[in-house]
Design a binder for this molecule. Structure first.
Ligand SMILES: Cc1ncc(COP(=O)(O)O)c(C=O)c1O
Length: 425
């Protein structure tokens, strides 16, 4: 493909796996980046180099390796803060993934006084009569933590529906978000539909009623320029392995003043200021939320991934995926019996295309694409079962694009789908 903004052939050379041969001599066509992305050589090399030459524990080891490791870990925090426009580096909390970041925030709510030195902040007081709002298009990671929270506290879980064309249904915004709402937590971009949600409208209503707003940005931060300060929300969660980084590292960004008011999540080393036998005081943010030895190498690797993405330019990544998505939307329209689940137009959508093929189970689609063409897609409910129930289907096939994909790979997918249909004809 010739993209106006990004040299995809050059980029592909940076990803060693893209030139590997699969068993049987097939070439890999990787269309599963929404699940987890591939890693460029600079990320692999940074991880190797850190493990080989600079490894030591962070924040506590009084020697050269400890200092080098701490410096690399903290400089990864600086990179992440700059990447998402965080007003302060201390607002960037390293977690194990997006799921942990979402759980961390859900955990802050409750009826009790948290810790000896923390005054309960009314914004986090939650009990019967209070409400949490999510949506029907959420990943399970942005559903289950809130279900657990309402089970613990007696609060009520409410949600926005999804329209037939895969948009967030805000027709009852004022009825769903009320002065009892404590927090609204929604996906910035759906991992199934590709829909990019209208954050500003939700935020406006949340502010009217004094509710906090959290975005699950797991599918947006890897693919679009995202600036947390411009978004104006309170918390943003995302995950390293979907943005060219290693697995085992995620990020919670939160407004500093809120993070300071929140109780710690996990207890342990490094999150404390002082410990007595019967109580403790806590370290300032971000360390208050980073108990124990953190994912050091993973954070350093994620820093390298951010360097790589910034080198390419997030505007170019977004533009490239937009071209691919436009091409794929057209190409998939030509496949008989294919039903797209999600917006059919380019407007406010990213490069994630989920679909069904009439009369053929997605597991069969995925298996034939993989076995016969080396095409990696995801099949199933993609950890968004309620959304699939909403559309009356158990599963979909999902192709998701990233900066290294080409229109040639979209063509390969379409050829593969035609073949699947012949097999089941
Ligand atoms: C929208 C969304 N939220 C959350 C997650 C969870 O990410 P992780 O498994 O890294 O915690 C995913 C991963 O698929 C996702 O797509």
């Amino acid at each position: 493909m010739t993209s106006t903004s990004l040299d995809v052939e050059r980029i592909r050379k940076d990803f060693p796996v893209l030139s590997r041969e699969l068993p049987g001599g097939r070439r890999l066509v990787y269309l599963d980046s929404g699940n987890s992305s591939q890693k460029p050589a600079p990320v692999v090399e940074t991880v190797r180099e850190h493990l080989a030459m600079h490894y030591g524990n962070v924040g506590r080891a009084m020697h050269v390796l400890g200092a080098e490791s701490t410096e690399a870990y903290e400089s990864a925090r600086d990179k992440l803060a700059a990447f998402v426009g965080a007003p302060s580096r201390d607002e960037v909390i390293f977690t194990k993934n997006a799921s942990e970041a979402l759980n961390l925030v859900a955990h802050a709510f409750g009826p009790h006084l948290w810790g000896a030195t923390e005054a309960a902040d009314p914004r986090f007081a939650l009990g019967p009569g209070d409400e949490i709002v999510i949506s029907e298009m959420e990943h399970h990671s942005n559903i289950v933590p809130w279900q657990l929270l309402v089970q613990r506290t007696g609060a009520t879980l409410k949600w926005f529906g999804v329209t037939d064309d895969g948009r967030l249904d805000l027709s009852e915004l004022d009825r769903i978000v009320t002065d009892r709402t404590k927090i609204v937590s929604i996906a910035h971009q759906s991992n199934v539909l590709g829909t990019v949600n209208p954050v500003a409208a939700v935020l406006r209503r949340a502010r009217e009623v004094g509710a906090l707003v959290m975005l699950d940005a797991s599918q947006s931060v890897p693919h679009h320029p995202v600036n947390v300060a411009e978004l104006g929300v309170d918390f943003v969660a995302f995950t390293g392995h979907k943005m060219l980084g290693p697995s085992g590292i995620g990020v919670l960004w939160g407004r500093g003043e809120l993070l300071e008011a929140m109780p710690p999540f996990l207890g342990g080393g490094e999150m404390i200021e002082a410990v007595w036998m019967d109580h403790s005081t806590y370290a300032p943010i971000p360390h208050k939320f980073e108990a124990g030895t953190p994912p050091i190498v993973e954070a350093v690797g994620l820093g390298a991934a951010v360097d790589y993405l910034q080198g390419v330019g997030m505007d170019a990544v977004e533009a490239h995926e937009r071209e691919l998505t436009a091409y794929a939307l057209d190409a998939l329209r030509e496949v008989p019996g294919l039903r797209l689940i999600g917006p059919a137009s380019l407007e406010q959508r990213g490069g994630t295309l989920s679909f069904t093929l009439e009369g053929i189970h997605p597991h069969d689609v995925g298996q034939i694409l993989d076995d016969e063409f080396g095409i990696a897609v995801r099949v199933g409910h993609h950890c968004a079962r309620p959304l699939h129930l909403r559309f009356g289907i158990p599963a979909t096939t999902r192709a998701s694009f990233y900066l290294y994909n080409t229109t040639g790979e979209v063509d390969a997918l379409v050829r593969g789908l035609h073949h699947v249909q012949k097999v089941f004809a």
